[in-house]
Design a protein around this ligand. Structure first.
Ligand code: URA
Length: 228
């Protein structure tokens, strides 16, 4: 069994989650720094119980492009930063090839705690897809990030982010790279999640998927930096 975090009583740990981050962010919505601080103690859903820490978004506060993933993975949970594990390395490589500097963009997730289940054997923590209720509970943090950064282009990475933001019927396979009408930002689109490239069955497929991912990112780069 997991030890209780220090300073928290059994009763506090048993308390029911409020199902929305709203009450946690009331006092902290005026800057990304205060928002990040407020998110550290978010208990809107139960995911905090098995996570190391809240993994808040990161990047330029005036970023023209915001990338939104699903949730932090194992390495992100330990580091406290989004997209620093294997999927992050794919994202970094693709950004580089597309001519986008990672420190000029903002990177975040729809869910800010790592949801996992123990591997049947060994100590690995296996990623578990967040539920709709967990995505919903976490949504006020993402809305606040979007409101503060005000990106020109918002990019959903993968189906979880795309369906959370663009509707449950959104298909990344069919609609990737297409501009989508949305009030969230002047331009909104979706592409694959970089982890899907890690799961490619062979080298040739992986190369092809990477090429397509870079092509989507290059299209996004042109939206914010039109050719002279
Ligand atoms: N996958 C995500 O969706 N987000 C991360 O931060 C890392 C992996």
């Amino acid at each position: 069994m997991r030890a209780l975090p220090k300073g928290r009583s059994q009763a506090a740990n048993a308390k029911k989650s409020p199902d929305t981050a709203g009450p946690f962010l009331m006092k902290g919505a005026s800057s990304l720094a205060t928002l990040r601080r407020a998110a550290r103690v978010c208990r809107a859903c139960d995911l905090w119980r098995n996570a190391t820490q809240t993994v808040f978004g990161e990047g330029s506060p005036n970023a023209p492009i915001m990338f939104i993933g699903e949730q932090p993975g194992d390495q992100e949970d330990l580091a406290g930063q989004p997209f620093v594990g294997p999927a992050g390395r794919i994202l970094n490589e693709a950004l580089l090839q597309a001519g986008i500097h990672r420190d000029e963009v903002y990177v975040t997730n729809v869910v800010k705690h790592f949801k996992w289940t123990p591997a049947e054997r060994g100590k690995r923590r296996i990623h578990k897809k967040p539920r709709y209720s967990e995505i919903n509970a976490c949504r006020p943090w993402l809305d606040a990030e979007i409101n503060l950064v005000k990106p020109q282009v918002l990019v959903c990475l993968g189906a979880t982010a795309a369906q959370a933001l663009l509707g449950r019927k959104f298909s990344v396979t069919r609609q990737r790279g297409e501009a989508v009408e949305s009030s969230l930002a002047p331009r909104v689109m979706a592409t694959v999640h970089p982890s899907s490239i890690l799961r490619a069955p062979d080298h040739a497929t992986r190369e092809l998927q990477m090429k397509e991912f870079v092509r989507d990112l290059a299209k996004i780069a042109r939206l914010v930096r039109p050719p002279k």
